[in-house]
Design a protein around this ligand. Sequence first.
Ligand code: SAH
Length: 212
Amino acid sequence: MANLKRDALIKSLSMEGITDNRVLEAIGNVPRDQFVPITYRSHAYDDNALPIQCKQTISQPYIVANMTQHLFKNINYPDPKILEIGTGSGYQTAILRQLTKSIYTIERIEQLYLQAKQLLTKLHYTNIHFHYGDGNLGWPQAAPFDGIIVTAATPDIPTALLEQLNEDHGRMVIPIGATENQNLVVITRVGDEYQQEVIEQVRFVPLKSGVE
Ligand code: SAH
């Protein structure tokens, strides 16, 4: 049943403009039903965001797929190093891990950090580096990153993240805005130049400071 629903989801994503087969395959390989609270399990393959613990959300599959597609666009070498800010349920982390071996992910809520780590380990995901901390600071010891994906919205792009992007076409996908509606933006770094491209309007929970 879950497989049939997953196939239907993939079909609808491909009709909505998700054309990168690596991304569609990843959506097909990750059991989203494991990442949502039990009460929402029958809706796991609907193309909607759903509530998770600690008043956070698991992102809508279309948004996960589109952000991943933009993150990996023009990256044709194996195993780029990716930093994710906002581990949350760990679903986006699992999708990213299908496309590369080198994942670093940061979560500021301890309960979510612990749960996601436990779940992804149970599902036999390896080579994921988890960190409980404030993602605004990035992960300087592991920088530079070929890609950075931020799954919480902020009016100001954290400087540390800009600095930790690979100078040679590193890409960051980030929702920018102060209000409920934000612009999903792709930033590409070449040397000290940063180019910005707006992709679409999105609605994410806020990027906060510190930990809880
Ligand atoms: N990719 C996740 C999205 C979860 S919602 C998923 O699909 O499940 C966004 C997450 O970002 C929340 O878990 C929230 O706690 C986290 N977050 C917010 N601000 C953060 C920060 N400064 N550093 C790290 N994580 C942060």
